[in-house]
Design a protein around this ligand. Sequence first.
Ligand SMILES: [Zn+2]
Length: 494
Amino acid sequence: MQLFKSQVLKVSNSLSGKKEVFKPIKEGYVGMYVCGPTVYSNVHLGNCRTFMSFDMIFRYFKHLGFKVRYVRNITDAGHLVDDADDGEDKIAKKAKLEQIEPMEVVQRYTVDFHETLQKFNFLPPSIEPTATGHIIEQIEIIKQIIKKDLAYEVNGSVYFDVIKFNENHDYGKLSGRKLEDMIANTRSLTAQDDKRNPQDFALWKKAEPQHIMRWPSPWGDGFPGWHLECTAMSTKYLGENFDIHGGGMDLKFPHHECEIAQAEASTGHTPVNYWLHANMLTLNGKKMSKSTDNNIYPNEIFSGDNKILSKAFNPSVVRFFMMQAHYTSILDLSNDALLASEKGYYRLMEALKSLEELETSSKTDFDIKHWQQGCYDAMNDDFNTPILIANLFEAVKHINLIKEKKEGISKEDKTLLKGILQTFIYEVLGLENQNIVEGNSGTLSGVVELLIDLRNNARANKDFGTSDKIRDELLALGVQLKDGKEGTTFSLNS
Ligand SMILES: [Zn+2]
């Protein structure tokens, strides 16, 4: 159904700083590019939030009836430790550390990325290209930029000439920075620097003899600059001008600014109509960071194996928690916040179940069509999922009133309401009905925790008969205990 013909969608465009009506380049089609992960470690929960925001956006476009080509890349080369073109390649560094091939690092963490996203019920993108699969395209773009005299080669590396580009273009227009301020605030170049200006960025870097990830090029063996891959892959699969480019807020500068510069320099026109940025996730009010231990991985949340949360939470609860905030707002994860979301999530799932069993009557005391448009209005207002969820709970309130026979619903309206709820809950928000213990039932997890305690006491007293009996009988009931370093955890075998 071409719902997009009757719904007016507005999106927050970082380029204009305004909420704008979304008009695709080609009616009925959406081209969307999102910067994917650099696969050198397990996927970070903050990154999951960014990708989840765009998964929801992808889902809503599809729901509106658009044909969407969604491209989300995998960065498997070229991303250096320091965003200012310094330091080692993140993947090569990890490979050296673990004494394995860079492509083994890439494979391991690409698999982890996909597995984690699958747990969160992400839809796969239409294309998931890799940087190393597009070296030729990247070299071609560099040649174009050199031809336009906006890049220069020094000692086997090629740099983008930001100062020269800015003479006829606006470098900084996405991030709201002025080149003069950037110049005033940057350190001056050292004698070892090949760049003409500190603001210039690498399109191609010469590979030193010890650099293991290297490709031949007209400028000698080297590797592409990080920003270039996204220009190469977005242009290749979506064209020189496409609808939406997304990513985390932290990528606005320099990454996305440089993407615009590269594209404008090579093609002569602006690449993206709408730039969408997802905000960050904090943990207990502070920035997440591996070095300070204020950090948690998705799998640690699902297993309960962590020092931050009081219990395990299933992926759909975490997804629901993330959907309760607008994607452009900072969201803070805490034990209390997750517990509250868990309650809300199960109330929603319970209501869906009660709806099935509702007795119908001759008339409906609830304006379902009006309520439905309210759900669309929320999503049409820059994908406002918290307002959508508030609307869904409005329906939950009515379901409960109907259940208590304080209101009525007709047979047709019951079917209609069920369809709309399922559409928004499963299709648009991407939630699943996960009746996992760890989640819902405080009672069940309490009982299992009690048995785990009793079993630990038995083991401490060398009463292995009792401890094995507890383990085996729980297993027979579908509750599997797992003994780990941090103690015993459990999961439900469904
Ligand atoms: Zn990118």
